[in-house]
Design a protein around this ligand. Structure first.
Ligand code: 1HA
Length: 270
């Protein structure tokens, strides 16, 4: 892995290897809990991943062998949100969840330990989750004065079912990697030493597939669940494809040449 140039991140690491970007929450002292700054840095990294044509897959993980992410940093939990250096309370991880969901490339959660609270929701919103055998999953909100009733609840329920989602949130128990796999919460469990190789292997396989096909499948899977916002995403991809056709080019050309467009010459399919 080599660092991606141009960023001065303090709470994450941002690296690249063979068209795979890796975003690592780098606060192992606090079980990789996130502050508004951690989230801001992750957000910038994901924005780069969206724009960078050479990045095909993103891996999200946490530093060390203890935690993927333990959610919001309780030391800075204030009234109205988590408080950053500017003294303003924020719940900016919600924007990051949207970014991960809307990224037109696969995101793999490489769950290397505790995925708890808002950290668990992050692994939920990733497209795929691969966990090490020491990983532990769970929500804590109702125990510590919080809840995520957005993707953290409704998308979780789509994955594990309503009964299980309610159990996870109402009881705030912890679940082993094997239990998580049985619930469909993770795609695969491997020994810790194999975790990164496994994720890279999955990423490499996806990079042998058609990027546009993966993009459309992700948008379609999102659209079914995301209502108008999901349709907007899928529709945007359809527009992008339409713009690659001569038929769409003709409309623009005709406007600039101040003539009537001739759409009849383009093929129609039944
Ligand atoms: O719910 C939301 C949101 C909802 C809507 C919109 C936005 C949201 C944004 C965030 C969140 C949340 O994330 S709420 C949930 C916040 N997180 C938690 O309740 C998890 C708290 N941590 C734990 O339960 C445990 O630490 C652990 C199960 C992850 C690990 O346990 P372990 O291995 O026994 O370690 P532990 O000794 O507890 O932790 C090691 C150190 O890391 C401790 O510091 P120390 O005593 O050495 O000074 C501990 O305080 C620190 N630490 C762990 N997690 C956090 C943390 N410090 C701050 N914040 C944490 N989340």
């Amino acid at each position: 892995w080599k660092p991606i140039e141009g960023f001065k991140f303090e709470e994450i690491r941002f690296e690249e290897f063979n068209h795979i970007a890796k975003v690592t929450i780098n606060r192992p002292r606090y079980r990789n809990a996130f502050t508004p700054k951690t989230v801001w840095e992750m957000s910038q990294a994901f924005n780069y991943c969206r724009e960078a044509l050479d990045i095909r897959v993103v891996i999200l993980t946490g530093e060390g062998d203890k935690a993927f992410c333990s959610g919001g940093d309780m030391h800075v939990k204030g009234r109205g949100g988590y408080v950053g250096g500017d003294g303003v309370p924020r719940l900016n991880v919600l924007d990051l969840q949207m970014q991960i969901r809307r990224l037109p490339k696969p995101v793999i959660a490489m769950v290397n330990g505790y995925a708890i609270g808002g950290g668990h929701v992050l692994q939920v919103v990733c497209d795929l989750s691969i966990a090490s055998d020491n990983a532990i999953f769970g929500q804590t909100g109702p125990k510590v004065g919080s809840f995520d009733a957005g993707f953290g609840a409704s998308y979780l329920a789509r994955i594990v079912g309503q009964k299980k989602a309610r159990e996870i949130w109402f009881l705030c128990r912890q679940y082993s990697a094997i239990e998580a796999e049985r619930m469909g919460l993770v795609n695969k469990v491997v020994p810790f030493e194999q975790l990164e190789d496994e994720c890279v292997d999955w990423a490499n396989t996806m990079m042998e597939r058609s990027p546009l096909a993966l993009r459309m499948i992700k948008a379609g899977l999102n659209a079914e669940l995301d209502g108008q916002a999901g349709i907007q995403e899928l529709a945007g991809d359809a527009t992008m494809l339409y713009y690659t056709l001569d038929e769409a080019q003709e409309g623009g050309k005709a406007f600039l040449e101040k003539r009537k467009p001739d759409f009849d010459k383009y093929p129609q399919f039944p």
